[in-house]
Design a binder for this molecule. Sequence first.
Ligand code: NAP
Length: 491
Amino acid sequence: MSTTLAAAEASVIASVPHELFIGGRWRAASGGGTLPVEDPSTGETLCEVADATGEDADAALAAAHETFKTWRNHPPRERGDILRRAYDAIVGRTDELALLMTLEMGKPLAESRAEITYAANFFRWYAEEAVRINGRFTVNEAGSGRVLTMKQPIGPCVFITPWNFPLAMGTRKVGPAIAAGCTMVVKPAKQTPLSMLAMAKILEEAGLPGGVLNVITAKSSGATMAPLIADPRTRKLSFTGSTEVGRKLIAQSAEQVLKVSMELGGNAPFLVFEDADLDAAVDGAMVAKMRNGGEACTSANRFHVHASVAEAFAAKLAERMGAMRIGRGSEDGVEVGPLIDDDQRDKVAELVTDAVGRGAEVLTGGEAVDGAGHFYRPTVLGSVPRDARLLSEEIFGPVAPVSTFTETDEAIAQANDTEYGLVAYVYTRDVNRAFHVMENLETGMIGLNQGMVSNAGAPFGGIKQSGFGREGGPEGLEEYLETKYVAMNLP
Ligand code: NAP
């Protein structure tokens, strides 16, 4: 690491508060405890952040609850203006926020910059929506009365976010919640708390009143968050993370009959038909597979390719993935960073070993990188048999398994053969086939001839065990609003 880089890194880490943000004040954890934040490319500790106690979590919810009484009536235009100022600040500070994100999460700087643009767009989108929250007014069927509906903010929310998109998974919830007039307690993943703390500071500077947004960082997420989910002051839980944890949180939410949004795991199929533009499909595959180093819920988990083009597709993909430069994300030209930790790298290695043991062929990669950090080589596996575990389990790493089909309906059946239903990618130039496939895929989102679906103005979310609820677009705002109906008698 060069000295200049080290100084820039130290400065960007020092610029972010390492404390809890509760009721508009930055403060240490009540027990004085801290937790380390690690650089996954070196394994070294970057800094320590506060380790919230149950008392701190309760104080954060109390602040959200108290502030809701006034914030719910705060002028929508001002709510929107705060979000717009925060959007401008994030975009203006892209380089420093990208470095911060790369340090705590490991992804290359170009990927971090892309996430920051994506994350900021939720603030811009919902800044514009804050003044367009409407009810409706109609004459009832009998003509003797009127139907009036009004949209009101649901109340204090609890947000729990993962490490893979440390900022965007926060702004997708915080943006619409602020626009709707909700208050909130946010708990980022313990591996990547810094981006969320930076976001809180930006919102504070943009004029967000104290208590609207409260951020707590904690070592033991379950023990810290369960009392908040069980607390009657909480009115909504929005979670992004694994299906396994999501199931537990849905069960906990049942106690208070909380309104719940669940953005859970995925197992995205990437279908390439024989009429597809193969080079375009490989370009799309690079995005769908290698965005975020494969550590994305939308990551293409399995490639189902028509038998007549499978070999050519796999060879082209292996050439592109094999040429990617691996390294520390903050270094120039690096295209693939480390995985988040050793557990994740071990899991990826185990899935590859399983597939190879069952007869898959390694076309490139297929091994971890020796030395510091949690690196795994971009890998393409050909002739992957149907019983390989990585076709049914979320890989969350830079591994592309290619298997084949011969009939369109066989491809659809293979794609749907999973408990997940987040996203699918389809490459074909035949319009009739495209519609047939899209109408029969069991996913919440589809990329048709494109390898990415994320967009602040579109409803992101899954079906089946990938969850429920949507983030982005008008649907994302609805998640934070209640509909109240008034029956008016006008005799
Ligand atoms: P995870 O282990 O489920 O953790 C997600 C968050 O939940 C973290 O903040 C974690 O805190 C917290 N958590 C863990 N156990 C908890 C409990 N018992 N009670 C309350 N909170 C708890 O998931 P991850 O490994 O961070 O993220 C990867 C997963 O997220 C993948 O499955 C991916 O597909 C999914 N994901 C889905 C979407 C989507 O939009 N559908 C987007 C991104 C990621 P600590 O880490 O601090 O323990």
